[in-house]
Design a binder for this molecule. Structure first.
Ligand code: NAD
Ligand code: KPL
Length: 306
């Protein structure tokens, strides 16, 4: 039986990291690029380059544009949360019934928006702690080893291609409570990332603002309870403090986005949390105030605030 091609949408940090490891294991991979101009640039570069520890390797992967017509049976969506719904919508007609779509986006909200666009496909949600960044055009550096949890809130059965991830050296586990994992990560990101932007500090800098962190954790815990995610609330404050300590020297992903003038995923993190609080008619004043301050801060910098 021929292996199903892994179509990888978005040749950015995580897309490159996944595509190169899958290809290295001998699996068929095809990149889906934005348009003909990007495809020409990619062809001129000769492929994707992955830098891992001291090793740099070029992977001349097949590529097409999102406007192509070849059918897709397995799709890895590796763009930012704010691009996912639109671009998957563009691909909807190429997805056969039963196609599996793996969503690597951080936060919450984009997964449901994508799933609504492609009711004929199976959407699998992922939550990843792996770290990668673009060190040059078409080149990605694998910066932090981590783990990826995958799950399908609509269907607990494991897909058979998990063995392909093992063969590719992608550390992962099937999770029957993927939404709890995504909510927990969202809460951690809401407690840490916006404050690092507003205080313009590394994660460790939040050790100077313990009361602010504690208040946010209390409100986030309350929100998780009301959203039917009590497990995601267990010992949240302790874990936030542990993460702040363990990553003290790092800048959060949102701080990096802002300092490099890039759009943030605010609507899928703090924005999503505040909208959920409103839906449940919960008054969470500190979370709401943090959102307002962050929106104002982004607007003052001329960055999108959604
Ligand atoms: P990225 O910006 O490096 O890559 C996104 C890619 O998608 C870019 O190459 C962009 O050109 C492409 N893209 C956007 N719209 C497109 C379109 N219409 N057609 C084709 N390509 C398109 O982003 P990333 O860092 O890989 O992040 C992807 C997701 O993974 C985010 O939600 C992020 O929060 C999450 N994540 C990233 C990391 C990390 O270390 N980078 C870790 C965990 C989670
Ligand atoms: O995941 C993170 C990020 O930077 O996005 C940390 C800082 C670990 C938690 O918010």
């Amino acid at each position: 039986m021929t292996a199903v091609t892994w179509h990888v949408l978005g040749a950015g940090s995580l897309g490159t990291l996944w595509a190169c490891r899958l290809a290295r294991a001998g699996l068929p991979v095809a990149l889906l690029l934005r348009d003909a101009a990007r495809l020409r640039q990619y062809q001129a570069a000769g492929g994707l380059t992955l830098v891992e520890q001291q090793h740099t390797e070029l992977y001349p992967l097949a590529a097409d544009t999102v406007a192509g017509t070849a059918p897709i049976r397995r799709l890895l969506v590796a763009c930012k949360a704010y691009d996912a719904e639109h671009v998957v919508g563009q691909l909807a007609a190429r997805l056969a019934p039963g196609t599996e779509v793996i969503l690597l986006q951080n936060g919450l909200g984009s997964q449901d928006a994508v799933a609504a666009k492609i009711p004929h496909a199976r959407c699998i949600f992922a939550s990843s702690t792996e770290g990668a960044f673009r060190s040059a055009d078409w080149q990605v550096t694998f910066a932090g080893h981590g783990f990826t949890w995958l799950g399908d809130p609509a269907q607990p059965t494991e897909p058979d291609w998990l063995a392909e991830l093992s063969a590719s050296g992608i550390p992962h586990q099937w999770s029957v409570d993927i939404l709890t994992r995504l909510w927990r990560k969202l809460a951690l990101n809401c407690a840490i990332n916006p404050l690092t932007v507003l205080h313009d500090c590394r994660n460790g800098g939040l050790q100077l603002h313990p009361a602010q962190v504690a208040t946010l954790c209390a409100e986030l815990g309350e929100l998780l309870e009301h959203c039917g995610q009590p497990e995601a609330a267990v010992d949240l404050h302790d874990e936030v403090q542990r993460v702040i300590q363990a990553t003290a020297a790092n800048y959060s992903s949102m701080h990096q986005d802002v300092s490099q003038g890039r759009r943030t995923e605010i609507s899928y993190l703090l924005g999503y949390a505040c909208a959920a609080a409103q839906r449940h008619q919960r008054s969470l004043p500190h979370l709401q105030q943090l959102h307002t301050q962050l929106v104002q801060h982004l607007q003052a910098l001329g960055l999108p605030s959604t």
